[in-house]
Design a protein around this ligand. Structure first.
Ligand code: SAM
Length: 209
């Protein structure tokens, strides 16, 4: 199959498809971390209708930027009109991706305003359901693709933490006991946080390839 991975610099989903024999390409404004020849640098909107060699895409997996869409930042929009405009432009980009002339798509984003402004996700998954030691609710909007199959044996068990009120909760390595993200501030924090988890990348290619 001809597969476009929109907004990916890591190559994780691209390579999961390529390992299974598909003609998969990633595209991002940034160069690929792995310097792959199967990466397009530039605006993905220029590649939605046709890929290299004129191929049309059977499947697109898209990871549009979530900075102005996630639920945690939206409360700033009421006080900051410039930020509110960024949210509108991020939503317009999501709509363009969803309207792409591709046979099927999966668009991935954290919990945020795509659900209330465009449509509800078809599935919400967690990295620990696919073998990764991490918790991060990941929403999937699907067109002509099935939901990811959840295999109970793949589940990575978290550590059990007893909170001050006596409640016992499950936490994973990327979380503090109180449930915050562990990654401290740094220049490449956004990049590290935006990487697709390896187990989820494999599940995409296994289920949709
Ligand atoms: C949330 S990150 C996704 C990273 C991805 N999960 C990975 O593992 O590489 C969003 C990416 O979208 C890219 N991006 C933003 N606008 C774009 C556009 N118009 N065309 C292509 N890529 C774009 C950004 O450069 C950023 O790398």
């Amino acid at each position: 199959m001809d597969v476009l991975i929109a907004c990916e610099f890591s190559g994780r989903v691209r390579e999961a498809f390529r390992r299974r024999g598909h003609n998969a390409w990633s595209c991002d404004l940034l160069p690929a971390d792995d310097a792959s020849p199967h990466h397009l640098v530039g605006d993905v909107r220029d590649w939605l209708a046709r890929g290299p060699d004129g191929v049309t895409w059977d499947v697109m997996v898209a990871h549009p930027p979530c900075t102005y869409l996630t639920v945690s930042g939206l409360h700033w929009n009421t006080r900051d009109p410039a930020r509110a405009r960024e949210t509108e432009s991020a939503l317009a980009f999501v709509r363009e991706l969803m309207a792409a002339p591709v046979g099927a798509y999966a668009l991935e984003n954290p919990v945020g305003c795509i659900s209330s402004r465009i449509r509800k996700p078809d599935q919400i998954v967690q990295p620990y359901q696919f073998g990764d030691d991490a918790s991060k609710a990941t929403c999937l909007w699907l067109k002509n693709l099935p939901k990811l199959r959840i295999v109970p044996a793949l589940r990575y068990p978290g550590r059990m933490v007893t909170l001050a009120d006596g409640k016992v909760v499950e936490r994973w390595s990327n979380q503090t006991d109180s449930g915050q993200n562990r990654l401290g501030p740094s220049e490449d924090r956004w990049k590290l946080r935006s990487l697709t988890y390896p187990g989820i990348a494999e599940a995409f290619a296994e289920n949709w390839g």
